[in-house]
Design a protein around this ligand. Structure first.
Ligand code: COA
Length: 576
């Protein structure tokens, strides 16, 4: 079939469908939803058999849905309608939810249901549910619906949903004098990643994101305070008291000031960066890297298995997979600590939603607004810091290292994973193993060493040039990663731990000797320092040179500016 993906942006679900449909032999093209006339033009040029809309904010033009079947993904159960479907499901504390594929007609989200999937809800942010349960169910439902195109609508047992208007901030507002921690968490999570929950910190209006529970131990160590008061910090997060405990707030976006209209709009930032001065005055509540998993921090390390067959597991739960200079330095130190432990295998599990998305473009953008600093300087500091993380992994030759992708990875985050000996991923993972979408960024993280040694120089060149997302299976077929198994979530982690423990129980002496020989031989041929020097020379040009493309692309990305056209590598119908 010829399938046109019409989407507000080329988001993770659209990327996943792009890969899944392409892998099944369909001819797939993408048009971003910019204007009705552009969509009509795309249909004329591409002549699709069916249009699939994974993520839309506007209606499909009547001329299009009357001309061909248009399948719309709605992140809600059948009968549910409206733009805040998942927000409301989280806010109401639904135990089960679903995703529906409808055939578009005159009314928004109201056409005949073609397929749907249900799932149990997790206590997680809306964005996390979207990236896992909704995406997984949507892929299955879209594939089923495409098979049914032209036939009768799916038979439905019961329609439980109903139409709902846009969720207003007043409906999810926190009453700090009344709401307990669980309620506060649910409210913040209902709007995370977007639009966030409108509230205030230190008396200043802002939106809250990235909330986590606080343990009684942390509360006991923190200074006293009234409900709503911020009393301590940990890494980039703030501890805010509630009536029955407290919550960690990892990210915040300040409200625009009443300054001149050309002031830059505020960015979503690590909470201690959004409120630097106020956070600096708070006591830090540090925790050891190796501790009970219920005690929240971005970094966590644990060990499994008996001495001599031991696995170290290092998780780095960086919000949105973005890794700032400070986060990279913490991760490098954590790797150093893990290295001093007597383990045979080190498993790097990244974050549950993203393995990593490379350097932190928001904290870089924020540096441009800081006196005496610049985005170019912060970009350089950040890339050096992430390179240090990659170097620490590459040079860990006394044990087997494995990157286990629980979530998607993009740009430098993919190459960070390739620094490990093996890369494992579940089948729903999408990899963007290229940098050029960010204003022709050259990239670092030792990719010029790591990528060709896995897939050869020609395929490395093509991958970087094509700039397309790869599903995990396609990545494994290419040799970019080693193996895929499971479909994500807790099941993938369980199997990963079991596989790592089985590996640690093997005799690894000759494998490690080979690893050390190969590293020594590679170093003799061309030292890692030379790869880094060459990559950073190119990056220096991207950051400080005449061509501002990287700075422009980053600005567009962090401020989420609307697309003006669909990139040609996605809109294949516009290539001719
Ligand atoms: N720095 C800061 N924020 C980042 C980020 C980064 N490197 N990568 C992703 N994010 C944020 C997005 O802004 C978005 O924020 P939100 O919560 O405010 O909506 C969130 O992570 C999810 O990203 P989104 O683009 O919606 O996810 P996706 O799964 O649809 O797309 C990518 C994934 C990787 C293709 C896309 O996020 C991307 O291109 N990221 C930039 C990668 C990059 O160029 N890194 C720098 C070079 S190493």
């Amino acid at each position: 079939m010829r399938i046109l993906l019409l989407s507000h942006s080329f988001n993770s679900l659209t990327q996943r469908l792009h890969g899944e449909l392409g892998r099944r032999g369909h001819v797939v093209s993408v048009e971003l939803d910019i204007a009705d006339s552009v969509t009509e033009e795309a249909v004329t040029l591409f002549r699709p058999d069916v249009l699939v809309a994974p993520f839309l904010k506007r209606r499909i033009p009547e001329s299009v849905w009357r001309a061909l079947p248009c399948l719309v993904v709605h992140p809600g159960i059948p009968g549910d309608r409206g733009p805040s479907a998942l927000d409301r499901a989280v806010l109401r504390g639904e135990a089960e939810w679903g995703v529906t594929v409808l055939q578009a007609d005159g009314e928004f989200d109201a056409g005949p249901v073609r397929a749907w999937r249900g799932f149990p809800m997790r206590e997680a942010a809306k964005g996390s549910l979207y990236r896992h349960e909704v995406t997984c169910g949507a892929v299955e439902a879209v594939l089923e619906a495409i098979g049914l195109v032209g036939g009768p609508p799916a038979a439905l047992a019961a329609l439980r949903g109903q139409p709902w208007p846009l969720l207003r901030q007043a409906e999810r507002a926190i009453d700090w004098a009344r709401h307990g921690s669980a309620e506060v968490l649910r409210r913040i999570r209902s709007g995370d990643g977007n639009p966030g929950l409108a509230d205030a910190l230190f008396g200043q209006a802002c939106h809250l994101f990235d909330a986590h529970p606080v343990t009684p131990a942390a509360l006991a160590a923190a200074p006293p305070g009234a409900p709503g008061e911020v009393v301590a910090r940990r890494a980039n997060a703030l501890l805010r008291r509630t009536v029955d405990g407290g919550v960690w707030i990892g990210h915040a976006r300040r409200a625009p000031t009443a300054g001149p209209p050309d002031d830059e709009p505020p960015l979503k930032l690590p909470a201690t960066d959004a409120f630097t001065e106020q956070a600096a005055a708070l006591p830090e509540l540090p925790v050891p890297l190796r501790r009970d998993a219920g005690e929240w921090d971005e970094l966590h390390y644990e060990e499994l298995g008996p001495p001599g067959a031991r696995v170290g597991v290092l998780a780095f739960e960086f919000y949105n997979g973005a890794m700032s200079t400070r986060q990279c330095r913490r991760l490098r130190d954590a790797l150093g600590e893990a290295r001093r432990r007597d383990t045979q295998v080190l498993l790097l599990t990244g974050g549950a939603d993203f393995f990593s998305n490379g350097i932190h473009l928001n904290t870089i953008e924020a540096a441009a607004q800081r006196e005496g600093d610049s985005a170019a300087d912060e970009s350089m500091r950040n890339i050096e810091a992430i390179d240090d993380v990659a170097l620490e992994i590459i040079s860990m030759t006394d044990r087997v290292t494995i990157a286990a992708m629980r979530g998607n990875a993009g740009a430098g985050g993919v190459f960070l994973a390739l620094a490990a000996d093996e890369v494992w991923a579940h089948e729903g993972v999408v990899l963007n193993a290229h940098y050029r979408n960010m204003g022709n960024l050259y990239g670092s993280e030792y990719w010029t060493y790591l990528l060709p040694r896995r897939i050869g120089p020609e395929r490395a060149q093509a991958l970087m040039h094509e700039r397309l997302p790869l599903g995990a299976r396609a990545a494994a077929e290419l040799g970019l990663i080693d193996v895929t198994f499971g479909s994500g979530g807790a099941g993938f982690l369980r199997e990963t731990l079991a596989r790592a423990q089985a590996l640690a129980g093997q005799n690894l002496i000759s494998r490690l000797a080979q690893k050390q020989q190969r590293r020594a031989a590679d170093e003799a041929t061309k030292p890692l320092a030379e790869y880094r020097r060459e990559e950073l020379a190119q990056m220096h040009r991207n950051f400080y040179g005449f061509d501002p493309s990287y700075h422009v692309a980053r600005y567009h990305f962090v401020h989420k500016l609307a697309h003006a056209w669909t990139p040609r590598h996605l809109a294949v119908h516009r290539k001719q």
